[in-house]
Design a protein around this ligand. Structure first.
Ligand SMILES: NC(=O)c1ccc[n+]([C@@H]2O[C@H](COP(=O)([O-])OP(=O)(O)OC[C@H]3O[C@@H](n4cnc5c(N)ncnc54)[C@H](O)[C@@H]3O)[C@@H](O)[C@H]2O)c1
Length: 412
C-alpha cells in the first residue's frame, strides 16, 4: 500500500522530487499546494503528462495539512517557511519532510524540536547527499574501522550561483538571503553526511563554531556587469562574503571545516574530506588512501635520504567491496530519481518510516543541529569570528542515544 504524501511548495525542486517519485511505487502524491496558481497548474500538467492520478490542490497550506488522507508532508518551499510549516504538520500528527536550507533563528528550531517531542511524530530533512554513493561507502568503511579513529572532516557548498545577483529584482528568496545575510546559508549538503559519519546526536555532538567571511566581490560584479552602474539593481550591495569558512568543534574532539562559496566562478564541489588515524577520503582528489591497503613508497631525496610518500587510490576501486548495503540494495532497482539516485533514496527513506510508524533516519535533532549552523555562523561573523555555542537540542540524550535510535532499511 502506497504512503500518501502532500507537497507544499511547487517550485523547480518539487518538480524534480515528483520526477523521482514517478518510479517509486511506495509513494502516492495525494495533494499539492502553492500560493502561486500557475505553479499548481504546471504541476497538474506534469501529473497529466505522466498519466498519474491527479492530486487534490490547495492554495493554503493549512488546508493541505488538514486533509485527512495525507499521511506525510513534503516541504520544498523556499527557506523562510520550512520550519513553521513542518512544525504545524507535526502538530497535526503528520510526518514532515523539509527540503535543505539553514535556520534564521535558534528559537524556531526549538519550536520544531518541541513539536516532534510533544507529538512523537518525526521531522526529517530531505538531505539527499546523505544517500550519495561515495558518502554512504565512506561511512561504511569508517564503521568497519578502515579509517581508524576519526579526527577531521571538511565539506562545503561551492557552486557558481552568481546569477542570483540578477534575481534580487524579482524578490527571489534565496537571493534576498544572500543580499542581507553574511553566513553559511547552505551548510547541510556535506554537513549532513559528515554528521552521520561522526555520530552527531548519537554519542557525539556539535559543541561550538567560529565563522569568517571574506569581502564581497562576485555578486556585485555580476549585477554591475548586467545592469551597469544604474544606481539601482546594478549597484545593489550584498552582505554575503564570497567565501565563508566555518570551523565546528565536536564533543569527541573532531573538527569540521565548512566552506560556502556561491558567488565566484568555479566548478561545483561539496569539497568532502573525511580523515581518521588510518585513512582519508577527498572528493576533490577523487581518491581514498587507507594505510596498509593503498600504496606507500619509500623514495630518495636529492641527497640520497629516504622519505615516504602515500598515493591516492581512485574511489571506484573500493565500490565492489565497500559499497553501503543501502546503495547495493537500491542499485538493484535501477537507482531511480535525480542526482544519481540520491533523491529516490531519501524519499524512499521518508516514506518507509511513515509506513512502518518508525522514526525517520534523519530526525528532528539532526535537523535542528544542522540548520543551527547557519544562524550560529551569522552570529559568529557578526561578533568578529567569535566562538558561538550550539544548543544541545537533545537535552543531554546524545550521550546515551545510539545509532539504533533510527532503524529500518534506510537507517544511516
Ligand atoms: N536537495 C537538493 O538537491 C535541492 C536542490 C534544489 C533546491 N533545493 C531546496 O528546495 C527548496 C525549494 O527550492 P526551489 O528552487 O524549488 O524554490 P522556489 O522558491 O523556486 O520554489 C518554492 C515554491 O514554494 C512556494 N511557496 C512559498 N511559500 C509557500 C507557502 N507558504 N505555501 C505554499 N507554497 C509556498 C513558492 O510559491 C514557490 O512556488 C529550497 O529549500 C532549496 O534549497 C534542494
Amino acid at each position: 500500500m502506497a504512503v500518501r504524501l502532500g507537497i507544499i511548495g511547487l517550485g523547480p525542486r518539487a518538480e524534480t522530487l515528483v520526477a523521482a517519485m514517478r518510479d517509486l511505487p511506495l509513494i502516492e502524491v495525494a495533494a499539492i499546494c502553492d500560493i502561486v496558481p500557475e505553479r499548481v497548474e504546471k504541476m497538474l500538467s506534469i501529473f497529466k503528462r505522466d498519466g498519474k492520478p491527479l492530486p487534490r490542490t490547495y492554495a493554503d497550506y493549512h488546508d493541505l495539512i488538514a486533509d485527512t488522507s495525507v499521511e506525510g508532508v513534503l516541504v520544498p518551499t523556499s527557506w523562510n517557511s520550512h520550519l513553521a510549516i513542518a512544525t504545524e504538520a507535526m502538530e497535526a500528527g503528520k510526518y514532515a519532510g523539509i527540503e535543505v536550507g539553514g535556520a534564521s533563528s535558534i528559537d524556531e528550531l526549538w519550536g520544531l524540536v518541541h513539536a516532534s517531542e510533544r507529538t512523537g511524530v518525526s521531522c526529517m530533512m530531505l538531505e539527499n547527499c546523505c544517500y550519495g554513493r561515495n558518502e554512504l561507502m565512506v561511512m561504511n568503511m569508517v564503521r568497519k574501522g578502515l579509517f581508524g579513529e576519526l579526527v577531521y572532516a571538511e565539506g562545503g557548498y561551492e557552486h557558481d550561483l552568481s546569477e542570483m545577483a540578477l534575481a534580487v529584482e524579482s524578490g527571489n528568496e534565496r537571493a534576498i538571503h544572500n543580499r542581507f545575510r553574511r553566513c553559511d546559508l547552505y551548510p547541510t549538503h556535506q554537513l549532513g553526511p559528515i554528521a552521520k559519519t561522526f555520530d552527531i546526536n548519537r554519542g557525539n555532538r556539535f559543541l561550538s563554531l567560529t565563522s569568517s567571511a571574506t569581502k564581497q566581490v562576485g555578486f556585485e560584479a555580476r549585477a554591475a556587469a548586467h545592469y551597469g552602474h544604474d544606481g539601482k539593481w546594478g549597484d545593489v550591495r550584498f552582505a554575503q562574503g564570497d567565501v565563508v569558512t566555518t570551523v565546528i568543534k565536536c564533543a569527541r574532539g573532531e573538527n569540521i571545516t565548512l566552506t560556502h562559496c556561491v558567488s565566484l566562478p568555479r566548478p561545483y564541489s561539496r569539497h568532502a574530506r573525511i580523515q581518521g588515524s588510518r585513512g582519508i577520503w577527498s572528493e576533490d582528489c577523487k581518491g581514498i588512501y587507507v594505510e596498509g591497503v593503498s600504496r606507500r613508497e619509500t623514495l630518495l631525496d636529492i641527497a640520497g635520504n629516504p622519505y615516504e610518500e602515500c598515493h591516492w587510490d581512485p574511489v571506484e576501486k573500493f565500490y565492489e567491496e565497500y559499497d553501503h548495503p543501502i546503495w547495493r540494495e537500491y542499485a538493484k532497482s535501477g537507482l531511480v530519481g535525480g542526482h544519481g539516485g540520491m533523491d529516490g533514496l531519501v524519499l524512499s527513506a521518508f516514506a518507509d518510516a511513515i509506513r512502518d510508524g518508525r522514526p525517520t533516519p534523519i530526525d528532528v535533532y539532526d535537523v535542528a543541529a544542522w540548520m543551527a549552523t547557519t544562524t550560529l555562523s551569522e552570529q559568529s561573523i557578526a561578533l568578529g569570528s567569535a566562538p558561538v555555542a550550539y544548543p544541545d537540542f537533545t537535552n543531554g540524550k546524545w550521550m546515551t542515544r545510539g545509532r539504533d535510535a533510527t532503524s529500518g532499511r534506510f537507517a544511516l
